[in-house]
Each structure stands twice: as C-alpha cells, then as structure tokens.
Design a protein around this ligand. Structure first.
Ligand code: SAH
Length: 397
C-alpha cells in the first residue's frame, strides 16, 4: 500500500479544485509539512475534512502534485492507470490508422487524466517522459498498462533532478532496441529521430499542423527564413512545399548536422539550402547589413534562452523579436510567430505582435492562428497546459 497523506485546502482555493483545476500548488495547502515523500497519495480535504479530490505528490515547477480524481471512491491503483492509458490510446485511433503519420502524442499529462506523464509514439516505439520523481514512482503500473498493447520497444526520459543517483545509458526500458536514426513520418514528411540520445528526440510533435500548413499553403515560390531552427523541421516542410530557398538559423553546433540529416532523409539537396550556426540576434544584424529579406519568416524561440550576448525571455522580449523580423520581411511577406510560453495566453501574444507592428509603423493582417493539435489533449480548467500559440501574420503595405 502506498502512503496516503491528508492535505487541507485553504478556503479561497476550494472552489477552484472542485471545478476541476488539477495542479496542487503549495500556496493552496495549510499543512504542507506533511508533504515529504514523492509518490505518496494525497487526499485533499476542506477544513471540515470533506473530500475534494485525490492525487499524488510530485514536485514539478509550480506544483507539489496533481489531482487524479474527484471521485472519493475511485481507487488510485493499477487499474486506474490502465484505464486512463487505454482511453488515451483509443482517442488516437485515427492517428494510428493514418499511414502518412507515424509519430504523435498518445498521452498528454493532465489532459489525459495523469499530470506529470507524457507518452509519445514513434513508429512502433513509445517514449514515456516522467516530469517528477513522484510520477516515476508509478512507473511499473504505467509499463504494465502496455501489457496488451503491441509495440516494438519502450524508451523513457526523466525530466527531474536525479541527484546523481542513477543515470540510464540510453533510456531503454523494454522490448527491442531501436536502430537510430529511426525514420518516422508526419503528413508524409520524414523525420529522423533518436530516442536514445538525451531529452529531445529531434522533432517537436506539437507543431504538426503548422508544418503542414506551411508546406501546403505558404511556402511555394518563397524565400524562407527559419529562426531557432533546431533540426530544421520547419525548413524541411517549406522546402517540400516548393520554397525557392530556406535559411535555417540556430546557435547550437549540433543543428548543422541534424538539419543536413532531416533534408537528406526527405530527398532534398541540403547544399541548395542555407544552414547557419549563429545567434539569431546576430543574424538579424547581418541580414540587414547585407540587405537580405524574406517572404516567409518562422520564429519559434524557446520561452527562455541565454546566449553569450543575449538573454531572451518570451514574455518580455517577443515584441522586439518581431520588430527585428519585420525589418527583414518583404512587404506582403508572412511571419509565423510561435511560442510555447505557458505564462501568457493568445490574447497577450497577439498584443505583442500588434505592438511590434505599431512601433515599426507597419500595417498587418492576422491570417490565422494555431494552438495544440488534438493529440496534445488539454483541460479547459488548466489553461497553462494549453501552452502553444502560433500566429500567421502578414506584413501589409
Ligand atoms: N523551431 C524548432 C524548435 C526550436 S527549439 C523546431 O521546429 O524544431 C529552440 C532552439 O533555439 C534550440 O535549438 C536552441 O539551440 C535555439 N536557440 C536558443 N537561443 C538561440 C539564439 N539566441 N540564437 C539562435 N538559436 C537559439
């Protein structure tokens, strides 16, 4: 039996939890001294010991744990985990049947009923990501839930501080080991992924619809600049969509070989594309000096990044990033502004974009917006989980 602790919720927070808010924050609890052991079960109560919800202890960013159920008599056991995972897999059945897409998310944390755990699918392989030591304590139940699911192999990523205790050499769990790169498909685009090489596998699955839209409707005949390009996934989509040329810019040395690889597995001659290892902010100066300009510019920075010269915080610096972009975007050109920053919503993001155009004295049209695709299931009660915001904006004359 797992240990259960009874935590008392402060009055102002009770309604929020009753309405389904899943993240247990420190400030909401009166008897935090009981929160010691990661993976303990939690019974949330009001001051009169009336039941509010049950969950587990797992420290992750702002939270100390997640609520798993608002039903007092629903046990948190092996069957609970099995049911949530089976339901999540069923919800993705149309993706499993789509021969053009073999990589997608099958379990998205609290959106699928268990905060702190995500599971992605890569052509027969599953990758489980554990976001706290607490959820990792339920690992056996999660793996057992795959007992009747066909798969080639399972890998895992531990996104929590392991205090130097134990480091897995290649993140392998069970089944057969993959040979890497593993080639997966997304709407017919091929991506080379490595499930055994650090936290990032080579492609961010949440941008699937955006890449498709760029390929199908925006890239043809265009000069494309892809900033913060990582392995160049957006550049590949643009090149396949008929871009005259793509330029990929990323600071990380590894991005060069990784981008060459993604072009190559799609049959694109990488020598006809530009791949630049450089700080994006330096690249903007360089491009302006050289009089370079682009028809389509993709901006997909991390929420926070520090380079030698620059610290970038999406919340503070996005407007400026767009201002710099406007200067090297052709009239009637399109900027695809993306952010995965969970501390602000679409409204505020649109505000940053509007401010940039106002301050540079340019007119603009918002063409369309995207948020997370359906396989990244979210809860309406938990806005921070719905982190992705992508805006296609045209610089008009
Ligand atoms: N757009 C990418 C994902 C971006 S991940 C995709 O679609 O796959 C963020 C990337 O930003 C990382 O590869 C990191 O190396 C890069 N990066 C962070 N700060 C940077 C900077 N100042 N200049 C250039 N690249 C930067």
């Amino acid at each position: 039996m797992r240990k259960e602790i009874r935590l008392t919720v402060k009055k102002p927070y009770i309604q929020k939890f009753k309405k389904g808010f899943p993240l247990i924050e420190k400030d909401a609890i009166t008897n935090m001294e009981l929160v010691k052991e990661e993976g303990s079960l939690i019974r949330l109560e009001d001051q009169q010991q009336q039941f509010i919800g049950k969950g587990y202890v797992g420290k992750q960013n702002k939270g100390i744990g997640w609520i798993l159920s608002n039903y007092e008599h629903e046990p948190i056991d092996k069957t609970f985990f099995l049911n949530r995972i089976q339901l999540a897999l069923e919800k993705r059945s149309s993706l499993f049947e789509d021969p053009e897409t073999t990589a997608f998310r099958v379990f998205n944390g609290e959106g699928d009923g268990i905060g702190g755990l995500t599971i992605d699918y890569y052509d027969g392989f599953y990758v489980m990501t554990w976001y706290s030591e607490g959820i990792f304590a339920f690992r056996e139940w999660v793996i057992e839930a795959f007992g009747t699911v066909p798969f080639k192999g399972i890998y895992e990523k531990k996104r929590f501080d392991q205090k130097g205790k134990y480091i897995d050499d290649d993140d392998f769990v069970i089944g057969e080991r993959g040979t890497f790169p593993l080639l997966v498909k997304e709407n017919g685009i091929t991506f080379a992924v490595y499930l055994n090489d650090g936290p990032m596998v080579g492609v961010f699955l949440d941008q699937r619809e955006v890449r498709k839209r760029i390929r199908d409707d925006y890239a043809n005949g265009k000069k494309v600049l892809n900033t913060f390009s990582y392995t160049g996934a957006f550049s590949v989509a643009a090149a396949l969509g008929g871009a005259t040329k793509t330029t990929s810019v990323d600071l990380a040395n590894r991005s060069l070989a990784k981008t060459i690889e993604q072009f190559s597995v799609n049959g694109i001659d990488y020598e006809s594309q530009d791949i630049v290892v450089m700080d994006v902010f330096r690249y903007f100066n360089y491009a302006q000096k050289k009089g370079l300009s682009f028809d389509l510019v993709i901006l997909d920075p991390p929420s926070f990044a520090r380079s030698k010269k620059h610290t970038f915080r999406a919340e503070k610096d996005y407007t400026n990033l767009i201002k710099e972009t406007i200067a090297i975007t052709e009239d009637e050109g399109v900027i695809v502004a993306s952010t995965n920053c969970s501390t602000f919503g679409m409204k505020k993001f649109l505000g940053f974009i509007e401010a940039a155009f106002r301050e540079t004295g340019n007119r603009f049209d918002i063409l369309e917006t995207f948020s997370l695709p359906d396989d990244f299931q979210t809860m309406k009660e938990y806005q921070a989980g719905d982190y992705l915001k992508v805006v296609f904006v045209k610089k008009s004359k």
